[in-house]
Ligand binder design. Structure first.
Ligand SMILES: Cc1ncc(COP(=O)(O)O)c(C=O)c1O
Length: 442
């Protein structure tokens, strides 16, 4: 569900036409719908309300734009952060540190220290060594860190292997066998209080069974953890709730909540959730202009001004994003941006970017209405892991981001300039002694 729709053949984000935004702010351009973000947040909050007083910690990595973070804070959300940088972002928009949880397998001493100074709610501990390090640092600061042990329940989330984190062969958390040992060790630490369990089994999960299975395993483990003297008050179920990219496969917030609620209630814990994609994924599109249309061999290429540096998901995961012209002919059923409902002419095309990699594509052999140089395309469901993963590869400045609410549209990230690209660099000269011939290939 989102607030992007065609009105008489023109794509709108809420009450603003997307071609007008492209004309005003240029392309490539990320366009977000504030109403969609709020709608998704409220759906989750409503569905999980029977768990008592759950805290919805928006997963900043999905889209860390400050205006989105502020919108989430104003909705009462907390935050899931995985770096000092993300912590800085949420604190800079005035987030309450007591609603911040900190996960990630590689937290540095400096990051741990800063988070302790700010008195965050929970450290999601991913290894025994990290726990001991946290204990040492907290001890040096005369503090007691509240922690949740991230357990790896060894559950298959049935998602892309790059975003599956719940199998014990991945680097995340500790398996249940080791978790017993880590908790035994935790009992002897003075400056870490193990007050929760954390799981995050993967991303873009479109079934409820993996969550149910995870909770069954946690429910068996929880009494053991409590019997060891740990006051397990929090259960952080992570994120991972899938969205519609192509097929309408994903579960609704209500379906997920209904499936997991009996276990959560039985465990007598306070619930934390860390949704990212579910909140912002369908709340954003990437608008790109067609630069050229060319043919080579038997293929036709639509070359756009956006590429893998702006949205890497198709290149990285082979991810599917719906792509459709920003303006279409309503007489041909162009009101819905998909090939099934379109009754006009189509051309099979590869939609590609300007980057010098064969992996720089948004779609392969896609049925699209014929497009020409200068036309605008919308790449849908680009709100999560889009701009957040953007880079300057090939020295392309990153796009602008604009947020729409009703009739209002405001730039929330200005477009980078070529000057921005070189801002951190220095031109130094070196006297190089070629010396003896270097060893190795080349
Ligand atoms: C620990 C943790 N929590 C939450 C999330 C958010 O996942 P999603 O965007 O699929 O909800 C992630 C994503 O990788 C994560 O690693």
């Amino acid at each position: 569900m989102d607030y992007f729709a065609y009105v008489r053949g023109r794509l709108h984000c809420e009450d603003v036409s997307v071609d007008a935004l492209a004309a005003e702010y240029g392309t490539p351009l990320y366009v977000y719908s504030a109403r969609t973000i709020i709608d998704h947040t409220r759906k989750l909050a409503r569905a999980f309300a029977p768990a008592g007083d759950p805290i919805l910690c928006y997963s900043v990595k999905a889209n860390s734009n400050l205006s989105i973070l502020k919108l989430m804070r104003d909705e009462g959300a907390g935050f899931d952060v995985v770096s000092g940088g993300e912590l800085h972002r949420v604190l800079s928009i005035g987030a309450d540190p007591r609603r911040v949880v900190f996960a990630g397998v590689g937290k540095t001493d400096e990051e741990l220290r800063t988070a302790l100074e700010r008195d965050i709610l929970l450290f999601n501990i991913e290894s025994e060594e990290e726990m001991e390090n946290l204990d040492r640092i907290a001890g040096g600061m005369n503090r007691v860190a509240e922690a949740a042990l991230r357990v790896n329940p060894d559950v298959d989330p049935h998602t892309h292997v790059y975003v599956a984190t719940g199998k014990k062969e991945t680097k995340f958390g500790v398996d249940l066998e080791r978790a017993r040992r880590v908790l035994a060790r935790a009992g002897r630490l003075r400056n870490v209080r193990m007050s929760g369990l954390h799981v995050h089994i993967g991303s873009q999960i479109t079934r409820v069974e993996p969550y149910v299975q995870t909770l069954q395993r946690l429910a068996r483990f929880l009494p053991e953890a409590r019997a060891m003297g740990h006051p397990i008050e929090w259960l952080d179920l992570g994120g991972g709730f899938g969205i519609w990219y192509k097929e309408k496969l994903a579960r609704s917030a209500q379906e997920i909540a209904d499936a997991v609620m009996p276990s959560i209630l039985a465990m007598k814990v306070r619930l934390l959730l860390e949704p990212g994609r579910f909140i912002v994924g369908n709340a954003g599109v990437l608008v790109t202009r067609v630069l050229y249309v060319k043919e080579s061999g038997k293929r036709r290429f639509v070359v756009c001004d956006a590429g893998m540096a702006d949205l890497i998901r198709p290149s990285l995961y082979g991810a599917y994003h719906r792509i459709w012209p920003v303006t279409t002919d309503p007489a041909h059923g162009g009101e819905a941006p998909d090939e099934e409902q379109w009754r006009g002419p189509t051309v099979i095309s590869d939609v590609v970017g300007p980057i010098c990699e064969s992996g720089d594509f948004f779609a392969k052999e896609r049925k699209l209405p014929p497009v020409r140089r200068g036309d605008l395309l919308s790449i849908f469901s680009a709100g999560a892991y889009g701009y957040a993963m953007a880079s300057n590869y090939n020295s392309h400045p990153r796009p602008a981001e604009v947020m729409v609410a009703g009739r209002q549209a405001k730039i929330v990230t200005r477009r980078e300039t070529v000057e921005d690209l070189v801002r951190l660099e220095r031109v130094e000269s070196f006297d190089v002694d070629p010396g003896a011939a270097a060893q190795g290939p080349g």
